[in-house]
Every structure is written in structure tokens, then in C-alpha cells.
Design a protein around this ligand. Structure first.
Ligand SMILES: Nc1ncnc2c1ncn2[C@@H]1O[C@H](COP(=O)(O)OP(=O)(O)OP(=O)(O)O)[C@@H](O)[C@H]1O
Ligand SMILES: [Mg+2]
Length: 505
């Protein structure tokens, strides 16, 4: 089915998020939509999906104008969408979530849960997903939740499919699988819109590329364009895709983890007796396929895991067993893997979110009352420095685009005196220009003498930042190798293979 968007305009108050955007996607085509954070990509797709009413403009399917008053209409017309922000019910199972979508359409719904389970299994098999239909969504890591979103969208045989940053939370392997799925769907005649900030993916899978900036289409690009060309078209300036960093000036041991074991709420040992050190002025990057203990390890460093054995020392002082509040006060900066769950309060303003972990003391709170002027000044300067695109510091964070929400978390965590920085997926969902900036800031923290632990599923990010790389597999440390270790050696280690001494150096 052919999709045409004609002159779509969508305003939020004074902001024109989409300014007469036109886009045509042919059946059998993967059309990539590129643009910096806040450019208006998700807004345009939400208009298409009936979630937002446009102020003007038209949606046509096979040349026929459509009127969508809600997602139900869009689904019924054959449109499927994988959302940037998941629309799953956490306390429902996978199959129940998939069924829920069908009830909403009132068409071709499943009569019972068994049918929904079968459908989940069938699609999971077809695309090589490993997924238990009866698992509770809230128990699943974000990467697996993303698969549920994908299965939900695929379960309706949509003719037009929108993927809004589906790969942000996927591992490289899962991303390759998903790109395979997109190709299969394209070859069977679907019209596909694909949004991503990862230029490699665009060049690999897209047939055509449209770039938008500040709510307007600024041009088309060819999938044969270089990363640098695409990047500069997106952000309107040249972007350096490499991080400049001097050799580390190593100080004392800042973080010492010894024989650490973490047991999750099912009683499973998810981190198994790991020991490592990070010096002041050093970045240790933890690489590994998601779900091998990295998340739980970083959470343990902030006191977020309840059942922990072993020792965690900060500047020589034992801190395991301490509360999160105590650790934040002690100077642990933490960028959580899932910003919506752990990093932000959507109904709080940008300014309030920028002071979240300092809500109980100086400099923003004195004698129990918030120092409004101080907070406002601070918030304004951070918004400018980190290029957070928002209508104002009073705006609720939930109205910011995905990448801009991430920038709020990063700005907050990097804006205080740190004795340790733990950053999980620090550039998730962030555009190439802002990736450059965030990487510079992390390197600056390291150069100021902070020990830094970065967890990333992106090998490019690991290689760009790491002084040393620690690879985890099955809750163990497979090895700790130099930052310059090759991708292929890292790949082997991520599959659980130990490097022989010196081989990976
Ligand atoms: N419901 C809303 N209310 C107010 N403003 C909104 C709302 N949704 C989006 N915006 C604003 O519209 C602009 C475009 O946001 P959008 O989410 O479409 O960006 P995006 O291109 O998807 O960015 P990202 O790459 O970060 O996901 C942003 O400035 C955002 O703050
Ligand atoms: Mg978006």
C-alpha cells in the first residue's frame, strides 16, 4: 500500500513541530526518516497513527484520503507502529499485550488467550525471536520488551509499518535480526518508515532517506551517502564522528569491586563473584550482550539491588549496603538504562528533573524550601549547554522528544561533584551531534579525575570511550582488555570465549 503525507502541520502551542511536511512511501520500500532530536519525526508518525490530530494536511493510502480519529482507525486501515516509547501494559503477559491491541481494532481480534499465545509463538518463530508468551512484560529487559512491541505490530498484517527507533534498545545481533525482518516485510510489499539515529543502519537497509530539521523537510539523501554527509545534513553542521581523547592520567583506585555477587528477585545469581577496579581518571567500559549481568552490576553500584554479597569500595571506603540516597550524596552519578523508569519524572518540569537527586539539600533547597531563582538559573544554563530542545524549563519532561529527555538525565548527572560516574547506554536515542557532545563530556569527567564506568551495547561507543574494556557473559567477567581491542576479539568474548593472555592486546 502506498502512503502519502501531504503538507502535514502540527503545532504544540507556539511550537511548530511539523511544518508542512510531505512524505511519500511506496509499497516495497524502506524509507528512512532522519533528523536531530526534536526535529519532529515521532510527532509526524503519531499524526499518521491517529494519536495526534494535525492542524492541517492530508494522509492518503493508495491515493485515498483518510480520516483517523484514533489509533484504532489507523490500525483498521492497515497501519502498524512500533513506538519509541513503549505502549505495553507492564503487569500483563506478552500474549495479553498482543491481544489487547487486537481488541482495540475491533477487527480480526483473538477470541481467547490461547489464540494470542499461538500468534506470538508463530511470529516469534518466523523471525527467530526467543520469547515466552506467558512472561510478564514488567519482568522483561527493555530489549525484549521491544520485541513484544514489534510482534504486536506484526500480528496485524499491516501494510504500512512504522518503526520509531526500534533499535535504540536492541543489541547489534538483535538489530541485524530486525533489519532482516524489515527486508522480509518490504519484499512482501509493505511500505516501511524507519526512524533511527544510527547511520550505519540507515545505509544498510534504507531504499530512500528523507531528512527533517526543525519540523521541515530539508532534503532527500541517498543510502550511498557517507556517514559524514548524512550527519551534517541532519544537524546542519559538520559532525566529528570520532572522540578526541588524550591518554588517561591515572590516579588512585577510585572504585574497587571485590567478589561481588548479585541475586535477583527470582533467586538467580545474575552477577557472579566479580572483582575489578577503576582508577581515578579512567573509563572502564563494560561490553556484553544485554542480559549478562551488566544492568544488575551497575544497579548494585548505586545500591539499587537488594541482595548483594561482596564488597564495593569508593575511595577505599566500603559502601555496599548503603542506601541510594547515601550513594548519590557521596557523589555517585548514575545514568540509568531505562530513563523513563528510573531517570525522569514525566510530570515534573525540565527544571525539577534537573535537580531530582538534590531535592533535599543545598544548593537548591534551603530550610525545606526550593530556591527558585537558583534552580531556574541552573536549569537555563544546563538546557543551553546540553542543547536540550524544549519550549522552556517549565515544560513537563514527558513532552520532550526521546533524545532530549536523555539529554536532561545526562545534564543532571554530569553537573555535580562526582566521585564515580556510572553511565548505562549514555547516548541511547540521542542524535549524532549530541552523541559527540555527550562523549566529550564523559571524557572531560574522566580527565577531571573521576573514575567512570560506561555500559554500552554499542561497540562503537565502547571503543570510542574506553581506556579498558570489561566483557561480561553469564554474570561473569570474561576478561578485561585494552580499549583498542578489535571488534572481532570483543565479539568472541561477548559470546563467552576467553582470550588467552596477550592475544587481545
Ligand atoms: N505532546 C506534546 N506536547 C508538547 N510538545 C511536544 C509534544 N510532543 C512533542 N512535542 C515537541 O515537539 C517537538 C518534536 O518532537 P518529536 O518527539 O517529534 O521529535 P523527534 O524528531 O522524534 O526527536 P527524537 O529523535 O529525540 O525522538 C519537540 O520539540 C517536542 O518537545
Ligand atoms: Mg522521536
Amino acid at each position: 500500500m502506498k502512503l502519502e503525507l501531504r503538507e502535514i502541520t502540527k503545532r504544540f502551542g507556539a511550537l511548530v513541530a511539523n511544518d508542512r511536511i510531505s512524505l511519500a512511501v511506496e509499497p516495497g520500500e524502506i524509507h528512512a526518516l532522519l533528523g536531530e532530536n526534536g526535529a519532529g519525526k515521532s510527532t509526524l508518525m503519531n499524526v499518521l497513527y491517529g494519536l495526534y490530530a494535525s492542524d492541517s494536511g492530508e494522509i492518503l493510502l493508495d491515493g485515498v484520503p483518510q480520516r483517523f480519529t484514533g489509533p484504532g482507525d489507523a490500525m483498521a486501515a492497515g497501519i502498524g507502529m512500533v513506538h519509541q516509547h513503549f505502549m505495553l501494559v507492564p503487569c500483563f503477559t506478552v500474549a495479553e499485550n498482543v491481544m489487547l491491541g487486537h481488541e482495540a481494532t475491533r477487527f480480526g481480534g483473538f477470541l481467547n488467550l490461547d489464540a494470542a499465545r499461538d500468534k506470538v509463538r508463530e511470529i516469534a518463530d518466523r523471525f527467530g525471536f526467543d520469547l515466552d508468551p506467558d512472561a510478564l512484560v514488567e519482568d522483561l529487559p527493555v530489549g525484549v520488551q521491544q520485541r513484544v512491541e514489534i510482534i504486536k505490530a506484526l500480528s496485524r498484517d499491516a501494510k504500512v509499518l512504522v518503526f520509531d527507533e526500534p533499535t535504540a534498545v536492541l543489541t547489534p545481533q538483535e538489530t541485524d535480526e530486525l533489519m532482516g525482518i524489515m527486508r522480509q516485510l518490504r519484499d512482501s510489499g509493505a511500505a516501511i518508515v524507519f526512524i533511527t539515529h544510527k547511520l550505519r543502519e540507515v545505509r544498510e537497509v534504507a531504499d530512500r532517506i528523507t531528512v527533517i530539521r526543525l519540523g521541515k523537510v530539508v532534503g532527500e539523501a541517498s543510502p550511498t551517502a557517507t556517514n559524514a554527509e548524512l550527519a551534517s545534513l541532519m544537524v546542519g553542521r559538520a559532525v566529528e564522528l570520532i572522540v578526541h581523547k588524550n591518554p588517561p592520567r591515572l590516579g588512585e583506585v577510585g572504585l574497587a569491586v571485590s567478589e561481588l555477587t548479585v541475586i535477583d528477585h527470582h533467586g538467580t545469581h545474575v552477577v557472579k563473584n566479580v572483582s575489578f577496579e577503576v582508577r581515578r581518571g579512567e573509563i572502564l567500559a563494560i561490553a556484553g550482550v544485554q542480559g549478562n549481568g551488566q544492568t544488575e552490576l551497575t544497579e548494585a553500584l548505586l545500591g539499587l539491588q537488594k541482595h548483594v554479597r561482596g564488597s564495593i569500595r569508593l575511595d577505599g571506603v566500603e559502601v555496599s549496603g548503603q542506601s541510594v540516597r547515601h550513594l548519590l550524596d557521596a557523589g555517585v552519578g548514575f545514568v540509568p538504562e531505562d530513563r523513563n523508569e528510573d531517570g525522569l519524572v514525566g510530570d515534573f518540569s525540565v527544571a525539577e528533573n534537573l535537580m531530582l537527586d538534590r531535592a533535599h539539600g543545598e544548593p537548591f533547597v534551603k530550610a525545606g524550601s526550593v530556591q527558585q531563582r537558583k534552580l531556574m538559573e541552573f536549569a537555563r544554563s544546563k538546557v543551553a549547554e546540553f542543547d536540550v530542545r524544549t519550549q522552556g524549563i517549565d515544560e513537563h519532561v514527558k513532552f520532550l522528544s526521546g533524545g532530549n529527555q536523555q539529554k536532561v538525565v545526562i545534564a543532571r548527572e554530569l553537573s555535580r561533584e562526582l566521585r564515580l560516574l556510572v553511565a548505562a547506554q549514555p547516548t541511547r536515542g540521542v542524535d549524532v551531534g549530541s552523541v559527540e557532545f555527550i562523549h566529550e563530556q564523559i571524557v572531560a569527567a574522566r580527565d577531571a579525575g573521576v573514575p567512570v564506568v560506561v555500559v554500552s551495547t554499542e561497540l562503537d561507543e565502547v571503543s570510542a570511550l574506553a581506556d579498558r574494556i570489561m566483557v561480561m557473559y553469564g554474570g561473569h567477567i570474561v576478561g578485561i582488555v585494552p580499549g583498542a581491542t578489535s571488534r572481532s576479539d570483543l565479539g568472541l568474548m561477548m559470546a563467552g570465549e576467553r582470550m588467552t593472555e596477550g592475544a587481545a592486546a
